[in-house]
Design a binder for this molecule. Structure first.
Ligand code: HEC
Length: 124
């Protein structure tokens, strides 16, 4: 019984430390530019700047940002970010500008992956 409890506690602790929340990733990585609109980046909380992007949809916006677009470095310049982590940060920022996006689930991650595959194929 005691062993089971310890095992549960350990697995909860490791799950929490593995997956950074969208807000954490935003603060650690994205805020470097998006907090102030540095280099022409859409500023956090600006419904004007995010409105059009949000209309483009969560799948394409996440895929394009992850891949990099103009002044936006791929993965925000943090090569180790997974698509899920990056996607959570995108959802967090979009929601600060009035969207109601959920964390990307498996079905959405599949679509984002498919879009990335397509883009890479075109680039080659
Ligand atoms: C070094 C500065 C920098 C960092 C760090 C950065 N961004 Fe950006 N981001 C930009 C710039 C500049 C643009 C505007 C690109 C353009 O349209 O020219 C942008 C645009 C975007 C867009 C819109 C893409 C589109 O399709 O127009 C998304 C989404 C985005 N960033 C997400 C993120 C996320 C999530 C992070 C953190 C993981 C992040 N960015 C970190 C500079 C940055």
């Amino acid at each position: 019984m005691k062993t089971t409890l310890i095992a549960v506690a350990l697995s909860l602790a490791s799950a929490a430390s593995c997956a950074a929340s969208g807000e954490d990733t935003y603060k650690a990585v994205c805020a470097n530019c998006h907090a102030t609109g540095l280099a022409g980046s859409p500023k956090i909380g600006s419904t004007k700047e995010w409105g059009k992007l949000i209309k483009g949809g969560q799948v394409s916006l996440t895929a394009d940002g992850y891949n990099g677009v103009r002044g936006m470095p791929a993965r925000g310049g943090r090569a180790e970010l997974t698509i899920a982590e990056f996607g959570s940060a995108v959802a967090y920022m979009a929601n600060q500008a009035g969207a109601n996006w959920a964390e990307p689930d498996d079905a959405m991650l599949k679509k984002i992956n498919a879009r990335l595959d397509k883009r890479n194929a075109v680039k080659k």
